[in-house]
Design a protein around this ligand. Structure first.
Ligand code: NAD
Ligand code: ZN
Length: 365
């Protein structure tokens, strides 16, 4: 089993990564004294597949346990669902010694973490992520929250988990489209932080796509290390953490114009990286050769969605909304080379247009 640590002073926590380790999570929670009043928050799908295994791992080690099973999907990531969870916790007599176990993808992790941040002014939670995106990204770093009718992730908090338990064997049942979405964020880590890891991905990509457990463990490990390192240096996104948004300025706009239905987040980010990579090329921030390497790897994601029919103007409008939220500045993360990026606060309109035209015309990452 791989053991990492997110360094955040007194809020530091361990990440455990392995294959077929779900059955051991109960022991781990006992070891860390997180085994008193356990509330599992999960969704119907993950509960159906793995609920019993999680429960039997926890049961021998805890004094009290309940399961709260949410509907499956982003549309449940709301204050309303959070309120339903609070109600259950109150009715079942959950007190300050509560540990919430977030068992699912990023949706479950974000909402369970948000409830943990706010219930009784904050209780402990642990992440047991089950989607690739959650294992490489959302379960680490402490950003938790819910959506508002007027926008995604607008209500939230920073609340770090006490432990993250990652079983890559759970990914066997993950739909292929969701695997692709996770891999998109993994490619991002290579571009923003680690050229060697990018090279490793180029070499092992087919084996990753076949979900070979040893290769997956290494991939999840390096991804968690990179995210942890960045979060340790800038927990609250004052500066460095912004580089995690490579591909996201355009990506978020695409998600919005697709009304959060057409593209999965990781798919929009794949288009976004291609577009922002192109902007970097326009500005001579990096070379054509480096840009082509990124494109070649994105091509291997084998995505089925396209940008067909989307207009330059509507995507630009969506980017302007994002810009308003950030006091009038369009912020784009531009690569300098594979493994290194810089945050640019002012990218001129011609560059943005060129970057967008590139994906709106030649759209097949
Ligand atoms: N907090 C953060 O730092 C952060 C970072 C990135 C994304 N997010 C959030 O994460 C969410 C997206 O997460 P996601 O992509 O995991 O989506 P998700 O939670 O909806 O999971 C995707 C689908 O896979 C299913 N699933 C999960 N694990 C499975 C398994 N092992 N086998 C079979 N099916 C499984 C889920 O039920 C769902 O249908 C978004 O709400 C996004 O805002 C948060
Ligand atoms: Zn993302």
């Amino acid at each position: 089993m791989i053991n990492l640590k997110v360094e955040l002073g007194e809020r530091s926590y361990p990440i455990f990564i392995g294959a077929d380790i779900l059955g051991k999570v109960g022991e781990a929670l006992a070891l860390y004294h997180l085994n008193h009043q356990i509330a599992i928050v999960t969704n119907t799908k993950v509960h159906g597949l793995y609920g019993q295994r999680l429960r039997s791992s926890l049961e021998p080690h805890v004094t009290k346990i309940t399961e709260i099973v949410l509907g499956d999907g982003e549309r449940y990531k709301t204050l309303r669902t959070a309120e339903q969870i609070y109600t259950r916790l109150i009715q079942d007599g959950y007190e300050r010694a509560t540990t919430i176990v977030a068992f699912g993808g990023g949706v479950v992790g974000d909402i369970a973490g948000f409830v943990a941040a706010t219930y009784l002014r904050g209780v402990t939670y642990v992440q047991v992520p089950t989607s690739l995106l959650a294992q490489v990204d959302s379960s680490v770093g402490g950003k938790v929250g819910v959506n508002h009718a007027l926008g995604k992730n607008l209500i939230g908090a920073f609340h770090q988990p006490r432990l993250v338990w990652i079983d890559v064997a759970l990914l066997k049942t993950l739909p292929k489209r969701e695997v692709t979405c996770g891999l998109s964020e993994v490619i991002k880590y290579g571009v923003i932080w680690d050229a060697d890891f990018f090279g490793w991905l180029e070499r092992y990509f087919s084996r990753v796509q076949r979900l070979e457990p040893e290769v997956l463990q290494k991939l999840v490990q390096r991804s968690c290390e990179i995210k942890s390192e960045i979060v340790s240096l800038d927990e609250r996104e004052k500066n460095l953490r912004m580089i995690l948004n490579f591909g996201h300025t355009v990506g978020h706009a695409l998600e919005a114009v697709g009304r959060y239905k057409r593209f999965r987040h990781g798919e929009a980010i794949a288009f976004g990286m291609r577009s922002e990579g192109r902007m970097a090329l326009e500005k001579d921030s990096w070379t054509e050769g480096e840009f082509r390497r990124l494109e070649a790897l994105l091509n291997r994601l084998d995505m089925k969605v396209t940008t067909d029919g989307l207009s330059l103007e509507e995507v630009k409008r969506a980017m302007a909304v994002d810009k308003k939220v950030r006091s009038g500045k369009l912020r784009v993360v531009l690569p300098k080379k594979i493994g290194q990026v810089a945050v640019s606060e002012e990218v001129d309109d011609a560059t943005v247009t060129a970057g967008l035209r590139y994906i709106l015309k030649e759209a097949t990452p």
